[in-house]
Design a protein around this ligand. Structure first.
Ligand SMILES: *Cc1c(COP(=O)(O)O)cnc(C)c1O
Length: 338
């Protein structure tokens, strides 16, 4: 963290810890395009096992991981069913459509972040020359910090499977969902054919995501990764950071969740501020009144960074502590108080 700055813009801003940098420096490496990097191979085996799948692929970003996943499941003229606010629809530049020739079918979310089963059912198109082929259901967990209930995942993926659709989970923050529920990440992954997970968010690695699935699926994904420019070379230096994160930074996600609770509690009675009770590490805050527009600038002047305009977003992570959260609370209170 920059000295004196409380950066709550995102859990992607974390810097590698000294111990993580040491692990990176020690990493044995090779050319991963030849399959020669022992550290990447070790990571791929480990994350596949952790998520209960046969195989895994290490990729540079979550965006590429999702795109490779969608392009492996879907071909030209296929479509994926997805939430309006899902990263794979809204925040990835339309990559599936632009680069994959795969059409999105976005659906409105329910207040808990789920897609209504009836809406999914109604969106699956009949086999008719007028329509794109409905091919994939794509869910996200956590979504805006909300955990999708396990029973819902069973119902939604069960419906997809009955109707012949494949299932993909954008699990950028899968470990947040697992830690929050006190279950193994593989219990969430078990519902899906493929899962993407990010290491550069709450887990604190500098770079990297993984796509997991069956051997045949990952075999297909490997070709798309190369085509999309994701074939890295001595990427074991990055994989080493991820292995370190899996050893040391998973259980501590509970600390981030506790800090989000602390922030929400501290803001609860500030005038003009409405806090959505956080489930994991993301706090959404609605701000009303004449002071709303100036709040972010005021926070910045006080060394507190957040994002958003009227709906502010604060994200807790490895590089924030209770004192930083308390500073953020105090700065909001100072600005909003009459
Ligand atoms: C961050 C994120 C991604 C991928 O982001 P990259 O910046 O490409 O690594 C995908 N899905 C969700 C839900 C995310 O939050």
């Amino acid at each position: 963290m920059n000295a004196g700055v409380v950066d709550l813009r995102s859990d992607t801003i974390t810097r590698p810890t000294p111990a993580m940098r040491e692990a990176m420096a020690r990493a044995e490496v090779g050319d991963d395009v030849f399959g020669d990097d022992p550290t990447v191979n070790a990571l791929q085996e480990r994350i596949a096992a952790l998520l209960g799948k046969e195989a895994a692929l290490f990729v540079p970003t979550g965006t590429q991981s999702n795109l490779v996943g969608m392009m492996t499941h879907c071909g030209r003229g296929d479509e994926y069913i997805v939430g309006q606010m899902a990263h794979t629809y809204r925040w990835e530049g339309g990559g599936a459509a632009v680069l994959g020739s795969v059409q999105p079918q976005p659906l409105e979310h329910q207040p808990d972040g789920t897609l209504a089963l009836a809406d999914i059912e109604a969106a699956i198109k009949p086999d008719d020359a007028h329509f794109a082929r409905s091919r994939l259901l794509c869910l996200e967990n956590t979504l805006g910090g909300k955990v999708l209930p396990q029973s819902y995942l069973a119902d939604a993926t069960g419906l997809a499977r009955r109707r012949g659709l494949a299932t993909h989970l954008d699990g950028a923050r899968l470990f947040n969902a697992a830690v929050k529920q006190g279950i193994a990440a593989r219990e969430i992954a078990a519902h899906f054919d493929s899962v993407s997970v990010c290491f550069s968010k709450g887990l604190g690695a500098p770079v990297g995501s993984a796509l997991v699935g069956s051997k045949a699926f990952i075999h297909g994904a490997h070709r798309w990764r190369k085509m999309l420019g994701g074939g890295m070379r001595q990427s074991g230096v990055l994989a080493a950071a991820v292995l370190h994160a899996l050893d040391h930074h998973v259980e501590r996600l509970a600390d981030d969740h506790a800090l989000a609770q602390r922030l929400a509690a501290g803001l609860a009675d500030v005038p003009g501020v409405t806090v959505e009770p956080p489930q994991t590490n993301i706090v959404f805050v609605d701000v009303q009144g004449p002071k709303a527009a100036g709040l972010l600038d005021h926070l910045k002047a006080r060394g507190v960074l957040a994002t958003g305009l009227y709906r502010l977003r604060f994200v807790t992570h490895l590089d924030v502590d209770a004192a930083g959260v308390d500073r953020a609370i105090a700065a909001v209170r100072e600005h909003m108080s009459p």
